[in-house]
Design a protein around this ligand. Structure first.
Ligand code: AMP
Length: 397
């Protein structure tokens, strides 16, 4: 069965066509600058050259139509007819407290996505537009919504409540939701299989370290805590996001720099993190190079990132009263051996023992801990598109 996976952003749309029988990616691509000047589609079919089409895309519906045209194109396509696509799986940011699993899209689901616009103001409107564009281009084709917040729904109130007046939770649903849920679910599930852990009781920590970074704790595959909050701003230090911060900083900056709350939040989301501390880059490759050249702020940024991850791991071990396995994933978690190694240097108290030779490899599924390490530590590459295709298949087959 062929599943089209769609990740719609406000002015972009990423897609993959996945053959679920073999889990092979038949084609993937990206529509950029939708609704702006200079929009283009980059289509990468399997075993064929990339194809770039520069064409006006005033709406997401046009973008979806161009994607479908590329998929059936006699020269660049990978299927003969759109009917070969059995279903569409959409990445959707926020489902509030309504869905703890993926669902087949109907009017009720679309209403929930819409009701959650205030909770995901940048992503949810784009996600809904993506769904409606596919409905228009492929009427009657089953569509599945896979929510980034679903995995976090198994958290208990003690983990998700913010200590602010309860009425704000009741009135607006202000609480910790957690994000990257599709990745955390996929990687924790794969960790359990890979390490042959007890499915019902194993304690797993997943460190999703990329430009956006988050960490989750799960028992028996169910999330008990995760670092992102009401929005993806909370938790770890990220490429450009501050992560945890004293909320009073917002007022201080607003007053002293004459900024609005929105402007301060923009700084905390887009100009902070390792970029903010270092002034060099949000990219770990640039930061490592700068630190090696003696740039002290780049070194502080790296050290602060590593320290924050180590602190979260410690707090989740305490929350679960132990841990069986720790998995690294995301661009940094999968590839940055030095950062992984330094995080693990903090974990000696857990009996973590890292094999330096294994930890010098990148990008593959593997143990980086020694066989006698008390906690298994591994790299498990994430694959959110495949996870979305699997969830879609499970609901429509
Ligand atoms: P992601 O958001 O998951 O794509 O991750 C992006 C981050 O991964 C960036 O900070 C990259 O610098 C980092 N990254 C990707 N490849 C490598 C690598 N080979 N070595 C170090 N960092 C890497």
């Amino acid at each position: 069965m062929k599943v089209l996976v769609i990740n719609a952003g406000s002015s972009s749309l990423k897609y993959q066509l996945i053959e679920t029988d073999t889990e092979e990616v038949l084609a993937k691509g990206l529509c950029e600058r939708i609704g702006l000047e200079g929009s283009k589609l980059t289509h990468s079919p399997e075993n064929k050259d990339d194809y770039v089409k520069e064409q006006e895309m005033p709406t997401h519906t046009t973008a979806v139509q161009l994607v479908l045209e590329a998929l059936v194109d006699p020269e660049h396509g990978v299927i003969e007819h759109i009917d070969e696509i059995s279903a569409v799986g959409h990445r959707v940011l926020h489902a509030g407290q309504v869905y703890s699993d993926s669902v087949i899209v109907n009017d009720d689901v679309k209403k929930v996505v819409k009701d959650c616009f205030p909770l995901g103001p940048l992503h949810n409107p784009a996600n809904l537009i993506g769904i409606e564009a596919c409905e228009e281009a492929m009427p009657g084709k089953p569509q599945v919504a896979v929510f980034d917040t679903a995995f976090g729904q198994s958290m208990q109130p003690k983990a998700y409540m913010y200590a602010i007046p309860y009425k704000f939770y009741e009135k607006y649903g202000i609480r910790k939701y957690g994000f990257h849920g599709t990745s955390h679910k996929f990687v924790s599930g794969r960790t359990i299989e890979f390490a042959d852990l007890d499915k019902s009781s194993c304690k797993v920590i997943v460190c999703h370290l990329g430009n956006g970074a988050s960490i989750s704790a799960s028992i028996g595959g169910k999330c008990v805590d995760t670092s992102m909050g009401l929005t993806p701003l909370e938790g770890l230090i990220m490429g450009t996001r501050s992560g945890d911060i004293d909320a009073a900083v917002v007022q201080f900056l607003a007053n002293n720099e004459n900024l609005s709350v929105e402007e301060v939040l923009n700084i905390l989301n887009k100009e902070s993190g390792v970029l903010g501390i270092s002034g060099v880059s949000s990219d770990f490759r640039d930061l490592s190079a700068a630190a090696e050249d003696g740039n002290e702020r780049a070194q502080v940024a790296l050290d602060a990132f590593i320290y924050r991850v180590a602190k979260y791991i410690g707090s989740y071990v305490a929350a679960m009263n132990g841990v069986d396995a720790i998995a690294f994933t995301g661009g940094i978690g999968e590839n940055d051996c030095a950062t992984r190694g330094k995080i693990c240097e903090y974990l000696g108290y857990l009996g973590v023992n890292i094999d330096p030779e294994n930890n010098s490899k990148r990008g593959e599924e593997m143990y980086i801990s020694t066989p006698d390490s008390k906690v298994k530590v591994m790299v498990i590459p994430t694959n959110e598109e495949l996870a979305i295709a699997r969830e879609t298949l499970a609901l429509v087959k």
